[in-house]
Design a protein around this ligand. Structure first.
Ligand code: GAR
Length: 207
């Protein structure tokens, strides 16, 4: 008899801006390529387009501004508690431009995924496509990884390479990477929610 798999289905998506990766997740769920529900979309920035996309899809939205908290950890605890209150099992950072502390990971406990516009471990941090062009690499891309306390450094779930073309700027390269992010992120989230994986050292492998 096959072993029963634990599977996580209730997603919380954290955003800070445009929300195109959130839209890609919503579309993948609509096509049944991602068997999950987005229980809540939380933004640390009020008034961003991602909140409108969530509302248009009938998803609960919450704005939790990161300003005015006594400590970073206090904000991160409030964020984790808002997710717990909605029985969120897996968190997806989709353009969430704020670093999470280890306190968030301790309180939330479940898998937290991030999409990043570079082939990590190259070019962590901000404006990764611009960093890639300035460095002169010939291949750039995007990464979905599990979030750890170290910035953009957790176990890699999936990556897609994108060639850098002559004449590329950070903006033109970012636009081509984004197209790939929209494929990669839903597929990687589907892989994680399906279960049957484990972390071996810093590697994401089949269980
Ligand atoms: C995406 O390119 C995502 O990879 C990046 O922000 C953009 C958000 O776009 N995230 C990071 O750089 C995180 N370090 P979106 O709001 O349209 O999804």
């Amino acid at each position: 008899m096959p072993e029963l798999q634990v599977s996580w289905r209730r997603l919380g998506v954290l955003v800070s801006g445009r929300g195109s990766n959130l839209q890609a997740l919503i579309a993948a769920i609509g096509r049944r390529e991602l068997e999950a529900t987005i229980a809540v979309v939380i933004s640390n920035v009020p008034g961003v387009a991602a909140l409108d996309h969530a509302a248009a899809a009938g998803i609960e939205t919450l704005v939790l501004p990161h300003t005015g908290w006594p400590r970073r950890e206090a904000y991160d605890e409030a964020l984790a508690e808002a997710l717990h209150a909605r029985n969120v099992e897996v968190v997806c950072l989709a353009g969430f431009m704020r670093r999470l502390s280890s306190r968030f990971l301790e309180v939330f406990q479940g898998p937290v995924l991030n999409v990043h516009p570079s082939l990590l471990p190259a070019f962590p941090g901000l404006d990764s496509p611009g960093q890639a062009v300035a460095h002169g690499v010939k291949v750039a891309g995007c990464t979905v990884h599990l979030v750890t306390a170290e910035l953009d450094a957790g176990p890699i779930v999936a990556q897609t390479a994108v060639p850098v073309l002559p004449g590329d700027t950070g903006e033109t390269l970012a636009a081509r990477i984004l197209v790939e992010e929209h494929r990669l992120l839903p597929a990687a989230v589907a892989r994680v929610v399906a279960g049957g994986w484990r972390i071996d050292g810093r590697r994401f492998v089949d269980a």
